[in-house]
Design a protein around this ligand. Structure first.
Ligand code: G2I
Length: 453
């Protein structure tokens, strides 16, 4: 080929491509620092949150499916297996086989479980569908009590009541056989659930409640406000967040989460899926993730399935992995958003374990723990002079560290030593930095001690 002054030489093309590639890798480096978490669960745990998925017992022999589950998610919801028709197929005869399979797998992997759902107008067993009045009320309460008691101590949060409000402009309760037993059926269900499993967070869960301006949202808000005022035991509100072109991510989504959180409940995104593809789907997932991160009491996000082909609306390719299990653009946008962080739901306990040494450093730990696992956030505080680096020693009385961030680690059980990474070794006098880790066991007695270096 004859090169003219207007043609681009092959060398120029190569160097342009190289420069573009370099630019791309620099951008990637900017978005994903060396110590950024590389899975959804670990990335969410950095701010004390979880990242979960719904799974189906029938897919658990699929190694691709289970591989992604085990790697990426730290919270699990049974897609159908804990519903009323599955757990009490005949009145008074309870059946937990598939639900147990899901729960046991999750817990053996150090993951927590959301229970879905104790009382719902839909997916009722046949015997219940035809009931009414006080016999239905009693059967519903017995169901709540039996199932919540069976799983007592093993469920992070229950969807105690699901989808009890009407769509449209009324803001009223949905008509159903349960509603016809009396307007107090919801609070009765919450009280029964609290009595059966006092350790589980109790949630009201619904769809089309993601837009603050919708009448249905307002109806649920008033109910939660009323429950809080009257001491009905409610701890959380679940926002299903099923989005598509007809029901897009509302512009006031974060405001909506915040307004509910301001009532004194946790908010959880419980069934997220967003139809679409490519960058527009990715940017919608980014918005939802960032909205949760911006709301301190947004405890975590659950997506409603793993691969697009596992979805209840597979045609809309609404999930984070394609049918072959590859990460989609939406996956990367969620991971990056989680790594950007935000204020967490707040620690359950805080202990400071060593005294300030002038010129030295101190460490304290905030622990979010559950039945067989914990997330620890360790705060390293410089004494009267600045630190150039630090070393921390922690003690695990049981269990192992399964992931960590913002520190180098040696060991993963017993005595575990940590040192700063490049970007957090320098700490000004009296200033603090944090690193964190997730582990199995209780996380009790970590007793971090700090040495300045
Ligand atoms: O509809 C999407 C979700 C809306 N919020 C509550 C969730 O519980 C609900 O989940 C879906 C499941 O993803 C579907 O898998 O709930 C559907 C039923 O309401 C589930 O569909 C059912 C089919 O209708 C049944 O025919 C099938 O036997 O799944 C069952 C198990 O595969």
């Amino acid at each position: 080929m004859k090169l003219t002054s207007r043609s681009v030489s092959p060398v120029a093309i190569v160097s342009t491509v190289a420069a573009a590639a370099l630019g791309a890798s620099l951008m990637l480096a900017a978005n994903t620092p060396a110590n950024a978490a590389t899975t959804l669960g670990a990335a969410a745990a950095q701010s004390g949150r979880y990242f979960g998925t719904a799974i189906a017992a029938g897919r658990m022999n699929d190694s691709t499916y289970i591989g992604i589950l085990n790697r990426e998610f730290d919270m699990v919801t049974a897609e159908n297996e804990m519903k009323m028709d599955a757990t009490e197929p005949q009145q008074g005869r309870f059946s937990y086989g598939n639900a147990d399979r899901i729960l046991n797998h999750a817990r053996n992997q150090g993951k927590r479980v959301r229970g879905h759902a104790l009382a719902w107008h839909s997916q009722q067993p046949g015997w219940m569908q035809s009931m009414s009045g006080s016999s239905l009320r009693n059967a519903m309460l017995n169901h709540v009590t039996q199932v919540a008691t069976y799983y007592r101590g093993k469920i992070y949060a229950w969807d105690v009541v699901n989808e009890a409000f009407a769509d449209g402009s009324s803001g009223a309760r949905r008509d159903s056989n349960l509603q016809r037993t009396g307007n107090d059926w919801i609070e009765a269900a919450f009280r029964a659930a609290r009595a059966a499993d006092p350790g589980a967070k109790l949630c009201y869960n619904d769809y089309n409640t993601d837009d603050w301006s919708h009448a249905k949202t307002q109806g649920v808000y008033r109910m939660v406000q009323d429950f809080k005022a009257r001491g009905v035991p409610i701890d959380c509100v679940g926002f299903q967040s099923h989005f598509n072109a007809q029901s897009p991510v509302p512009s006031n989504y974060q405001t909506n989460l915040q307004n509910f959180a301001n009532l004194g409940v946790d908010v959880q995104i419980t069934e997220l899926d967003i139809e679409g593809s490519g960058s527009s789907q990715a940017s919608n997932y980014d918005r939802v993730t960032r909205a949760c991160l911006a709301v301190t009491r947004c405890a975590g996000i659950t997506v409603w399935g793993i691969r697009d082909t596992d979805s209840w609306r597979a045609y809309g390719t609404p999930l984070l992995f394609d049918g072959s299990g590859n990460k989609k653009a939406a996956y990367n946008s969620v991971l990056n958003a989680l790594n950007a962080g935000g204020p967490g739901p707040g620690p359950t306990t805080t202990t400071t374990t060593n005294d300030p040494i002038p010129g030295g450093c101190t460490a304290s730990v905030s622990l979010n723990s559950w039945d067989n696992g914990f997330v620890a956030t360790v705060k390293v505080t410089a004494g009267s002079s600045a630190l150039r680096g630090w070393q921390i020693t922690t003690t695990l009385s049981s269990g192992t560290v399964t992931s960590s961030w913002n520190a180098n680690r040696s060991g993963n059980s017993g005595t575990v030593n940590w040192t700063n990474v490049d970007f957090n070794g320098a700490v000004g006098a009296g200033q603090s930095t944090e690193f964190g880790f997730q582990g199995t066991g209780s996380g009790a007695g970590l007793n971090p001690s700090c040495t300045a270096s």
